[in-house]
Ligand binder design. Structure first.
Ligand code: SAH
Length: 457
């Protein structure tokens, strides 16, 4: 079989790039054999060196570009090539939007074979820079000094960073200040290899609407030396700080936050708003990282749900209830289900915070809870799903087909699984009317979609 592989490691090839992967790698092929090449863009041509040959595909390194994409630009960020946090900074924002839009069309129409659907032009972000409301930076040691920044691409070596162009400026400032304060107080950075040291991560959360700031120090122990001094410095240097907490994580793990949170100063929560809904956000809470664009996406979901006040809505995969609370304002009743218990705690807290009385949340698997509700006579007029990347569980899709809600609003972060699930719903009696792609994460390869399906009968 291996005789059919037309490329060899360390050999050079002239290629034309046709696509871009989810990780932002250029895609070329040699005699039909696919090769992924970091840094290359669609429509470019050049010389590559093959670095790795796997069973059905290979990897290559860009040696020389002979034809450039009209979208190619110099990345704004000086550490773009080392970091890996962004994948598309070498493409203009216009080019990024075109790439994301074409990707959605390609996956839905060509691969998913859902042809009779309107795919609206992608809604780009108003602010393509400085949009993230949460920074989470690993702390380490270089030549005896405390540094914090990012892991060098493909490794766990920490590179110092003072500026991240997709972060809210406040988050950059917090990290810079806290880094200096900890360093001045001689706090020991954590070392992954020896499992020694105290401070693992600095995290900063910023309420874009409320301007409230939370500082989280992720440490291996509750005992923070010079605690008073550190708190006093942070409070005096960061005027909007509302909360300083320790998150205790003494495990050998890549998971950033620990299970235990100790409030050092101020509140346990900060707040932020999406539209008219206010959210309490703790160190461990999930909260959308680009709330401005989240509002754009959820406004679309609200429009597609077409609520008049008499509907029952089920929000499967409801997380902290962002969509549920958004829709509750216009529905008779909203039921939300989510697998993570802490997210449901947050959802309940946020329900109270907004004096909303027509929602009910349940912890569990959507594919188990929703059939159970259905057997007890709870039937949705509108079903909203916002699943993780792997898409909806097939048992949930079956339940939707049995329950026959008039409308299904499908919010997706992965066009591939969206296309798969839309096909199943179409085969079961639904028609996909419209898909609205939204760019929530400029300079990364992610794209979100909000889709509307209605019953054919
Ligand atoms: N709209 C939500 C985010 C949804 S992200 C918000 O804004 O908060 C997808 C969510 O699905 C995650 O919270 C994840 O924990 C949850 N999840 C994953 N598998 C699930 C399952 N089988 N049943 C219910 N929820 C699930």
């Amino acid at each position: 079989m291996s005789t059919s592989v037309p490329i060899k490691k360390n050999e050079f090839y002239e290629v034309t790039f046709e696509g871009l992967t989810h990780e932002g790698m250029g895609v070329a092929n040699v005699d039909g054999f696919v090769i992924f090449v970091p840094g290359a863009l669609p429509d470019e041509q050049g010389k590559i060196k093959v670095t790795k040959v796997n069973k059905g595909y290979g990897f290559g390194k860009l040696i020389e570009l002979k034809k450039l994409s009209k979208f190619r630009i110099e990345p704004e960020c000086t550490i773009y090539n080392q970091c890996g946090g962004c994948q598309l900074q070498h493409m203009s924002y216009e080019g990024q939007l075109e790439f994301k839009y074409k990707h959605v069309v390609d996956v839905i129409k060509r691969i998913g074979k859902i042809n009779d659907v309107t795919i609206q032009t992608i809604i780009g972000a108003k602010n393509e820079w400085r949009y993230r409301n949460k920074a989470q930076v690993p702390v380490g040691e270089i030549e005896g000094g405390l540094v914090a920044g990012f892991y060098k691409k493909g490794s766990h070596d920490i590179i110092n960073m003072d500026l991240c162009l997709i972060q809210q400026e406040n988050n950059d400032a917090v990290v810079r200040i806290v880094k200096k304060v900890l360093s001045d107080e001689g706090i020991q950075p954590y070392n992954e290899l020896t499992h020694k040291g105290l401070i693992r991560h600095i995290m900063s959360r910023y309420g874009v609407v409320t301007k409230e700031i939370m500082v989280v120090l992720v440490t291996t122990s509750k005992d923070l030396p010079s605690k008073k001094k550190i708190i006093a410095e942070i409070v005096s240097q960061i005027p909007n700080v509302k909360s300083i907490v320790l998150s205790i994580n003494h495990k050998k793990t890549n998971v950033v936050l620990g299970d235990e949170t100790v409030v050092l100063w101020g509140e346990r929560y900060i707040h932020d708003c999406i539209g008219d809904i206010k959210f309490a956000i703790s160190a461990n809470s999930f909260f959308q990282v680009n709330p401005e664009q989240t509002k754009v996406l959820y406004d679309k979901a609200l429009e597609y749900a077409h609520l008049t006040g008499s509907e029952t809505v089920i929000d499967a995969y409801c997380g902290i209830g962002t969509i549920s609370l958004f829709l509750a304002q216009r529905a008779k009743k909203v039921y939300g289900v989510e697998i993570v218990p802490q997210a449901i705690d947050d959802a309940n807290r946020n329900t109270e915070l907004n004096n909303i009385t027509n929602v009910e949340f349940k912890v569990g698997k959507a594919e188990e809870i929703i059939p159970n509700w259905y057997s007890r006579g709870i039937k949705a007029d509108v079903m909203v799903v916002d699943p993780p990347r792997k898409g909806c569980d097939s048992a949930l899709l079956e339940t939707i087909l049995e329950m026959k809600p008039n409308r299904v609003v499908y919010v997706s972060c992965n066009p591939g699984t969206l296309a798969r699930d839309l096909q199943i719903l179409e085969d079961g009696g639904y028609k996909t009317i419209e898909i609205q792609p939204v760019d929530m994460f400029p300079h990364t390869a992610h794209v979100e979609c909000c889709s509307l399906l209605v019953r054919k009968d």
